[in-house]
Ligand binder design. Structure first.
Ligand code: F6P
Length: 546
């Protein structure tokens, strides 16, 4: 470990000693030490199976991580979050995305009546579109819905709609536009008819530049072809700020509320999931909530060693703080789950990319790893070289959905073969001697085999988890997302950070407001020399074009 002796007690030092002990062995040695390792390091919950046996860790180290969790009072922190305490201490509010899942599963309390009412409104609206029963101002059936949003108001419904593409059975196509580059909006609108199109302007704050810019362009596009009075039937808002939506011209009847206590990146479960609901129907959306709720029950009620989010969180602490690995690759062997890595980037890095404690003191330890990845097998033909032979060790979460729906049986078998092969190759590697021997057997002479052997050898001993989904369906998808949410919260509790604010994104937004008028020619404000030079470059280029 390069740093990290944080927190009271012995736990961190003990974990360091455990790491030194385990460094004497390879992951494959650990399977020899414990013949039951594969079965004892496999967990099941809510339709998910986690195999974490291919990590350089053993029960002794996990017991120490359990002690760390106890020392940091993690179970109580989770209970506080689930019970609606003000866990978001910098914004003085709870983080109750989990309450939405609970309400949907009949765990209602009187205070939760509002959640149920909001859910009912959104579900009725979505279902009318799903069934093709909703008409525009001119009487045409609405056939296309365009979700205008960014971050949590885009990534969740976009990712989940792609993931559940086999459940899209409704009459309405759903499109997503997030970019400030209006090419994306123009490409989408090019194929649409305003009379049969409905826009969802999705912004919790209703102050996000990208979304308001796209909403304004969409209104202009609509009004070039239809009377302005028809906006009311073709624009809805998903927001926590109804007044701002009304000011944009949205009919109050077409506003779906996002509660204050649901963070943007946790908002897919709320009205922010409306586009998903329209794509797959209200019943499937309820199943999605059920999957999340089942994972909540598992997270709250399971003991440490059988608790999937806790084990994933413990492994993240082990990798990040004890072994100093700085990134995590998430690689779903599924075309449908191709957007999961970008969804998890926001969930994990916007939550846990923090450098001060909840009390505001500078941290002495590392927090979130860099999250990245793409669908397999595409990555195998690009960055897997670095995973296998690069100088950095990068833990991988392989995600493998099985079962009806997605790929054909042959494609599924091929995908599974590659997924299993990758984790095995990362763990076992190839020794220099074995590489040399193989080349000799292929007929290479001694000199050539010796020359190439170091290039063909693979270090191995690289850790990974494999998460198998028993079917990619609304329920397992809900459980998968809730699993990563809980893991994110549990690691934040160990790191003593608030995962529910995101002040770090504000400065850039503010500066862009100051730079825009300079680039636009309406201000002569100066900044630092580098930014001044870049602004001059932009202006010179613009002048040449005009
Ligand atoms: O800028 C970051 C952020 O605030 C995210 O947390 C959020 O998901 C995204 O912007 C979009 O915010 P809004 O839904 O308010 O438009």
């Amino acid at each position: 470990m390069k740093h990290n002796t944080t927190g009271p007690g012995q736990c961190w030092q003990d974990l360091q000693s455990a790491a030194s002990r385990l460094q004497q062995k390879s992951i494959t040695d650990l399977f020899v030490d414990n013949r039951q390792r594969a079965s004892s390091m496999q967990l099941r919950a809510a339709g998910l199976v986690l195999d974490y046996s291919k990590n350089a860790i053993d029960r002794g180290a996990l017991d120490l991580l359990q002690a760390l969790f106890e020392e940091c009072d993690v179970a109580h922190r989770l209970a506080d979050q689930l019970d609606g305490e003000n866990v978001n201490n910098t914004e003085d509010r709870p983080a109750l995305h989990t309450a939405i899942r609970a309400v949907a599963n009949d765990q209602t309390s009187p205070e939760q009546a509002m959640i149920a009412a909001d859910q009912g409104l959104a579900a009725d609206f979505a279902q009318s579109l799903y069934l093709g029963q909703r008409r525009g101002a001119g009487g045409e059936v609405i056939r296309d819905v365009v979700n205008l949003g960014i971050g949590g108001s885009d990534l969740g419904p976009r990712m989940a709609t792609a993931a559940l593409s086999h459940y899209i059975g409704g009459k309405t196509r759903v499109h997503f536009v997030s970019s400030l580059d209006d090419s994306e909006l123009n490409d989408t609108l090019g194929a649409l008819d305003p009379q049969s199109t409905l826009f969802l302007v999705s912004s919790k704050s209703f102050s996000t530049e990208e979304t308001l810019f796209n909403a304004r362009l969409a209104i202009d596009w609509f009004c070039r072809q239809r009377p302005r009075s028809e906006i009311a039937a073709h624009f809805a808002a998903i927001t926590g700020s109804a007044d701002a939506a009304i000011a944009l011209g949205i009919d109050p009847e077409m506003i779906f509320m996002v509660p204050d206590w649901v963070g943007g990146r946790y908002s897919l479960w709320s009205s922010s999931g409306l586009a998903l609901m329209i794509a797959v129907g209200a019943d499937n959306f309820r199943e999605f909530l059920k999957g999340g709720w089942l994972m909540d029950q598992h997270a709250r009620n399971s003991d440490f060693h059988s608790n999937m989010p806790a084990i994933l969180a413990a492994l993240e602490i082990w990798h990040r703080n004890i072994l100093d690995y700085s990134s995590l690759a998430v690689i779903p062997y599924s075309h449908e789950l191709r957007l999961l890595p970008s969804y998890l980037q926001q969930l994990i890095m916007e939550s846990n990319g923090k450098c001060v404690t909840r009390a505001g003191d500078p941290l002495q330890h590392s927090t979130s790893p860099l999250i990245w990845g793409t669908a397999g097998t595409e990555g195998q033909h690009s960055y897997h070289q670095l995973l296998h032979q690069g100088t950095d060790i990068i833990p991988v979460d392989f995600i493998l959905p099985l079962g009806p729906g997605g790929p054909s049986a042959e494609a599924e078998t091929r995908l599974a073969s590659h997924c299993l092969a990758q984790s095995k190759a990362l763990m076992e590697g190839v020794s220099r001697q074995a590489a040399e021997q193989e080349m000799l057997e292929q007929g290479l002479d001694d000199a050539e085999a010796g020359r190439l052997a170091p290039h063909k050898a693979m270090p191995g001993n690289r850790p990974s988890n494999t998460l198998v989904l028993e079917g990619l369906n609304p329920r397992t998808l809900g459980a998968l997302i809730a699993l990563y949410e809980h893991k994110t919260f549990l690691t934040s509790a160990i790191w003593d950070i608030n995962p529910f604010d995101q002040w770090g994104v504000e400065l850039g937004k503010k500066l862009s407001q100051a730079i825009f008028p300079v680039l636009d020619g309406s201000s002569k404000q100066q900044f630092d020399p580098s930014t001044n030079a870049l602004m001059a470059l932009f202006s010179a280029y613009r002048q040449k074009q005009t």
